[in-house]
Design a protein around this ligand. Structure first.
Ligand SMILES: Nc1ncnc2c1ncn2[C@@H]1O[C@H](COP(=O)(O)OP(=O)(O)OP(=O)(O)O)[C@@H](O)[C@H]1O
Ligand SMILES: [Mg+2]
Length: 148
């Protein structure tokens, strides 16, 4: 699914000369309990943000981590980051950090509120960490499927 989304966003990434990298895509395959179309939307919203607000000529890295009952999925960019005081608000509807700059990039400030809504509907959680000048990483969990 991650590779599908990467294919879908390749053109958009190319326009900003951003490389989309999936770590260990052949090694880490997981079965999860999730609504695949909704989780695709989550990945798209996070990756489009990473492409839009990350660095031109930068990189967007998607990684998965085995956390026993869950898997953790991370979308990281090496952009300018988000100031700490905004971090708790970016999941709110219509919230945008830099309205003048971000308006040029289009967008209504809804993408992350939809992401949060979908992850919470899966009874999972989403987090963000960001360092100014270094980049931003969003991470969310999904429950592994019971395949006995
Ligand atoms: N990876 C990121 N790096 C820096 N800032 C980000 C990143 N992701 C989101 N933001 C900031 O958070 C704000 C909210 O993001 P969100 O996806 O909800 O809305 P949007 O991208 O502005 O519009 P939409 O997704 O509805 O098209 C963005 O306007 C931007 O300021
Ligand atoms: Mg967005």
């Amino acid at each position: 699914m991650i590779l599908d989304v990467v294919d879908q966003l390749e053109m958009k990434a190319k326009k900003r000369n951003v490389s989309l990298v999936v770590e260990d895509s052949r090694l880490s395959r997981y079965m999860v309990e999730a609504d695949v179309e909704k989780i695709k939307q989550v990945l798209i919203n996070l990756m489009v943000n990473a492409i839009k607000y990350g660095n031109e000529d930068g990189e967007v890295l998607v990684r998965t981590f085995d956390m026993d009952e869950n898997i953790l999925i991370e979308v990281a960019d090496n952009g300018n980051g988000i100031p700490q005081k905004h971090l708790s608000k970016i999941f709110e509807r219509f919230y945008r950090v830099d309205k003048s700059r971000d308006r040029e990039q289009g967008g209504s400030g809804l993408g992350l509120s939809i992401v949060k809504h979908i992850i919470e509907a899966h009874n999972q959680s989403i987090n963000v960490r960001s360092t100014i000048g270094t980049g931003t990483t969003f991470s969310f969990t999904l429950k592994k499927a019971n395949i006995n």
